[in-house]
Design a protein around this ligand. Structure first.
Ligand code: PLP
Length: 480
């Protein structure tokens, strides 16, 4: 298995290289040169595996330059009980049509832990093999930064420099990041907003000489290593929900997944699982009021928004203006040749019209989509709680809303709703929905909020961040 760039300007590279490099050198996204398939016999052979073993099998179809025994060690460490209580990804039934798939049982209570903890094992492994170090530089508005810090804390060969906007994250997000006191984790609170943080990261990444001298890297949502680890839970959830169905009927069970979506990373992994042969009926893409993806899947027109057009909502991790991973799906739809012209048009006009292809989005790839509002989220949190006693977070509620609407319109079979955050992480909205019924949200958080915090305040200045990195980035090569 090798990987190529959507933009056509990268020599085929193995998994460990795209894992460390992230973005392709031509600015495109890395995609596998073919999609590996999993036939029914192999899939059934996986039924008895625990989560780390299944992860090694699924990721192993892409990470062909990591020996199987090594990969099994990496996934066993990533999904160990001290990070995720077994069974890592629990399934909870709401009623006979709906199941909630718990993707947020890791250290930062959001689904990004599942992919990031794999990177926290696989990147040091790949770096050690090539005698390299990496200094991860990132900007976060909360979730990604904390998932990265918890994955890389204390890991060899890697330091993390994470910029966050001073005073603009929730108490929980701050505590999750700033309570870490590991020597390789650097929390820099910038006197500015998230965009200022991102601009500093962009400026430093634009300085090729500095970037090379200090081995600056990233772990954002376009990293294919993260995508590969996200494919696993589609297989896992499908296998668990079909455990009780006689073998002959499993492929026809009409199982759909509903996915709270922002950058299109989570559901792109589902798209790959489906192309690998997993019998997924529909991939239900749910957005909040920032509905750029719902618009694309309904009309075929992709029109990224501006910052001013991006709303602040109560499912904030889905407040996006463009969907970075969509480029991979469009590449699949158009093929390499037509993709190039289409992407040039998008960059020229700020808009891409694929309405002629839109019928294929459902017919060929199984995608359907919908949008949810704040009132919908509150209603979904209440409805799920009333039906089953389960608490769900506002992002998961967006997916429940869209799934419920499709079920009412006649969608057959079962819907597996991916729960992308724990309800206590977004306790204010859950309390707004449930009032006194939200009792019991806080115990896990109280201890976290009481821990001492470690953060360095920096001015909104590229030079200040650059100077901090120069002073604290360890040498870029590891002595042999
Ligand atoms: C990141 C995130 C999402 C969006 O996932 P994408 O892969 O960007 O589509 C949804 N919910 C939560 C809680 C998240 O942290």
């Amino acid at each position: 298995m090798t990987f190529v760039s959507t933009r056509g300007g990268m020599a085929p590279a193995p998994f460990t290289q795209v894992l460390i490099d992230g973005l392709a050198p031509d600015g495109g996204l890395t995609v596998p040169d073919h999609v590996p398939t999993v036939d029914a016999a192999r899939l059934e052979g996986w039924r008895g595996l625990d989560y780390p073993a299944l992860a090694a099998e699924v990721i192993g179809l892409y990470a062909t330059d990591i020996p199987a025994a090594d990969l099994a060690r990496l996934t066993a460490a990533a999904y160990a009980p001290e990070r995720f209580p077994a069974p890592v990804v629990p399934l909870n039934r709401v009623d006979d049509r709906r199941v909630v798939v718990g993707l947020s049982e890791g250290p930062t209570m959001a689904f990004k832990d599942l992919a990031m903890q794999f990177l926290g094992q696989a990147m040091p492994y790949a770096l050690a093999r090539s005698g390299r170090r990496l200094n991860i530089l990132g900007a976060t508005s909360g979730d990604t930064g904390s998932a990265a810090e918890h994955a890389f804390r204390g890991r060899p060969g890697i330091s993390v420099f994470m910029l966050s906007p001073q005073g603009r994250m929730s108490d929980v997000q701050r505590a999750q990041m700033y309570s870490l006191d590991d020597a390789n984790i650097h929390n820099l609170a910038v006197d500015g907003v998230f965009d200022d943080c991102q601009n500093i990261v962009k400026a430093i990444n634009g300085d090729a000489a500095f970037k090379a001298a200090h081995a600056i890297g990233a772990v954002n949502s376009i990293n294919f290593g993260r995508i590969s680890a996200q494919i696993v839970y589609y297989f896992w959830a499908w296998l668990r929900v079909t455990d009780d169905i006689p073998a002959a009927g499993r492929a026809d069970a009409l199982i759909s997944f509903a996915v709270p979506s922002g950058n299109f990373g989570n559901i792109y992994a589902g798209h790959l699982a489906r192309r690998m042969g997993l019998a997924i009926h529909r991939l239900i893409l749910a957005t909040n009021e920032n509905n750029v993806l719902d618009e694309f899947f309904r009309t075929g027109v992709y029109q990224p928004r501006t910052r001013e057009q991006t709303l602040v909502t109560s499912s904030p991790s889905m407040d996006i203006s463009k969907a970075s991973n969509l480029e991979r799906f469009i590449w699949d739809v158009l093929g390499p040749e037509r993709f190039r012209a289409a992407w040039a048009e998008l960059e020229r006009a700020g808009r891409l019209d694929l309405s002629a292809e839109q019928p294929r989005f459902t017919a060929e790839y199984g995608f359907v989509s919908g949008e949810s509002t704040h009132a919908d989220r509150l209603a979904a949190i209440r409805a799920v709680h009333e039906r089953s006693g389960l608490l769900i977070d506002p992002h998961t509620a967006d997916a429940v809303t869209v799934a419920d609407r499709l079920i009412a319109d006649g969608l057959p079979g079962q819907v597996l709703v991916l729960a992308t955050a724990r309800p206590e992480k977004f306790g204010d909205t859950v309390k707004e929905a449930l009032g006194d019924d939200a009792e019991g949200l806080t115990p896990r958080l109280r201890e976290l909020l009481a821990r001492p915090q470690h953060v360095i305040d920096v001015p909104n200045s590229v030079d200040a961040v650059r100077a901090y990195i120069e002073a604290h980035a360890p040498a870029t090569t590891v002595a042999e």
